[in-house]
Write a protein that binds this ligand. Structure first.
Ligand SMILES: Nc1ncnc2c1ncn2[C@@H]1O[C@H](COP(=O)(O)OP(=O)(O)OP(=O)(O)O)[C@@H](O)[C@H]1O
Length: 269
């Protein structure tokens, strides 16, 4: 979705957000912005606060302090998992129809399920779906709402390898072709490095953030993910006659463009 003129429309922003679960501080001084047509991916170890961050962004959790601004009109959300009571009789068709609050047009639902590679499950009970099928149905449900902002918590968890690539292509297409803003949590660092505009490396606070290439060289990123991961990702980088600033802008190498550019989210001195 485009803003007026060449202005990029901000769909969501978090300012200096702090969140505790009981006595545990989960998010500390977190800043983040999602613009239309951009893919922002949050990476970080287990328990780093990634899902909590998405829930704050969606308004499902209230931060202790800080500010959340949402200007997106329609948000499509894929949670990390959805617990549906085993005794609740609910077909996939009904589950999808509920999301769009309309009389379900079977053809429309089937077409969307086909798009996410789950065309065969329309008549199934939700509780009978496999893990990967459920993720595909959750993505279909999010897309049916025609969102201008997609919030995706490990959207391809449990999906087979071929399916993962297809779903990431679909998500990328939403941003590139439909101008949807995407805020995503992912552990698939290869994909993150290849198809994301902006990476936020989270470990309670924002350790570093910026263009994937700059983040992948940042000491805090390397410390979090280890040299073996960093080495396996090196194959995805290529010789560059330029570098990138934290916002993805192109910088000449002699202007320090090959390295990390510190921003307001960097609290590491
Ligand atoms: N409702 C809750 N009550 C208490 N603690 C919670 C609650 N939800 C999350 N936590 C704790 O907050 C921390 C952050 O959890 P969160 O789910 O946001 O992490 P995550 O980065 O998404 O982890 P993962 O990669 O394992 O999914 C964890 O230590 C978790 O145990």
């Amino acid at each position: 979705m485009q803003g007026q003129g060449n202005a990029v429309m901000s769909l969501l922003s978090l300012h200096d957000v702090r969140l505790s679960h009981g006595r545990t501080l989960v998010l500390d001084h977190v800043d983040l912005t999602v613009d239309a047509g951009r893919i922002i991916t949050v990476v970080g170890p287990n328990g780093a606060g990634k899902s909590s961050l998405l829930k704050v962004a969606l308004g499902l959790l209230t931060p202790d302090s800080g500010r959340v601004e949402r200007s997106a009109k329609v948000i499509g959300y894929v949670p990390q998992r959805l617990e549906i009571g085993r005794l609740l009789p609910l077909s996939v068709r009904r589950f999808l129809a509920m999301a769009i609050r309309e009389t379900a047009d079977k053809g429309q639902l089937e077409a969307m399920l086909d798009t996410v590679g789950a065309g065969h499950v329309l008549a199934r009970q939700v509780v009978d779906l496999s893990g990967g099928e459920m993720q595909r149905v959750l993505l279909a449900r999010a897309l049916l709402r025609k969102p201008d902002l997609l919030v995706l918590d490990e959207p391809v968890g449990g999906v087979d390898v071929a399916g993962q690539a297809e779903l990431y292509d679909l998500i990328t297409g939403q941003a590139r072709e439909a101008g949807v803003g995407v805020l995503m949590v992912s552990h698939d660092l290869h994909v993150v490095m290849a198809a994301t505009d902006h990476v936020v490396c989270l470990n309670r606070h924002v350790c570093c953030a910026g263009h994937p290439e700059a983040v992948s060289r940042h000491p805090e990123y390397l410390a979090l993910f280890g040299p073996r991961v960093a080495a396996s990702l090196a194959i995805y980088t290529h010789a560059h006659d330029h570098g990138h600033g934290a916002d993805g802008s192109v910088l000449p190498l002699d202007a320090g463009g090959g390295g990390h550019v510190h921003g307001p989210g960097c609290r590491h001195g």
